[in-house]
Ligand binder design. Sequence first.
Ligand SMILES: NC(=O)C1=CN([C@@H]2O[C@H](COP(=O)(O)OP(=O)(O)OC[C@H]3O[C@@H](n4cnc5c(N)ncnc54)[C@H](O)[C@@H]3O)[C@@H](O)[C@H]2O)C=CC1
Ligand SMILES: O=C(O)[C@@H]1CCC=N1
Length: 279
Amino acid sequence: MDATIAFIGAGNMARSLIGGLINSSYDRQRLLATDPNEDARQQLTSTLGISALADNHEAAGKADVVVLAVKPQQLQAVCRELADTVQQHKPLIVSIAAGIRSDDIDRWLGGSMAIVRAMPNTPALVGSGASGLYANAAVTPEQKELAENILRAVGITVWVNKETLLDAVTAVSGSGPAYFFLFMEALSEAGERLGLEAEDARLLTLQTALGAARMAMESEEPFATLRQKVTSPGGTTEAALKVFGREGCSEIIDQAAQAAYQRAGELAEQLGRDTKETN
Ligand SMILES: NC(=O)C1=CN([C@@H]2O[C@H](COP(=O)(O)OP(=O)(O)OC[C@H]3O[C@@H](n4cnc5c(N)ncnc54)[C@H](O)[C@@H]3O)[C@@H](O)[C@H]2O)C=CC1
Ligand SMILES: O=C(O)[C@@H]1CCC=N1
């Protein structure tokens, strides 16, 4: 039987995970979600067909797994609110919040909790997610398997053995879909400026992104070799790649990933401190 999972916070990422789980035949009856926003709750019930509650305690109290899916800025208050409830039955906690460390989450929840931190991404919605996972010392092998099974239902999973490596996962795959959307947006617009119909430019861009990813997935060759195979000497690709090189495209991508990584560290530092109000 599927474990009962309560999602605390039903925003973009929770909906992607819930949708992906349902698409992978996860038992809807075993999925619950909470959100203070009535529209968000109605959307869950009408589009995903799962129970949506306003009361975090009620949902967490029924769950084998509590997925903390609120913004990092809301996490401390939500954890402190849930501490009494989760201390009673000790569900597995899965936090998907960027940056916030498991020690801080554990302290806010009252201590001695089994916590898996996961960094998924929104393509989970279509079963093509990529998640990094980290388990604290209290997580049992069975709980590790449970967390992995949930995230694997919506894509691939990678365990990291150092918590700070989750910030690197965030910089690559957590935020990564946005980088690829940006690239597709720009390439499609460039196609339009070159005279293509908007719809054609979009379709050609999409299929090229999908084709390149699938080809790389199915090949054992490094990305660089696949790139070289498109690049005829003195040809069109070479002309384009020269511009990428001249404008420092690789350096820009490196700087962008560094910025995401650093921001995760800043969130941990700023939001990991106990606030006066909740002390
Ligand atoms: N969006 C993404 O691509 C990814 C997001 N994440 C993480 O997932 C978490 C959620 O991000 P998003 O879904 O993008 O944000 P979001 O803003 O779309 O969703 C957060 C939801 O939490 C609800 N909420 C606020 N206070 C609450 C409370 N006290 N109790 C219950 N629900 C409450 C809000 O109404 C909102 O619907 C963040 O911590 C983020 O770092 C992780 C990986 C990828
Ligand atoms: O932008 C963010 O902070 C979240 C974490 C990774 C993707 N979205």
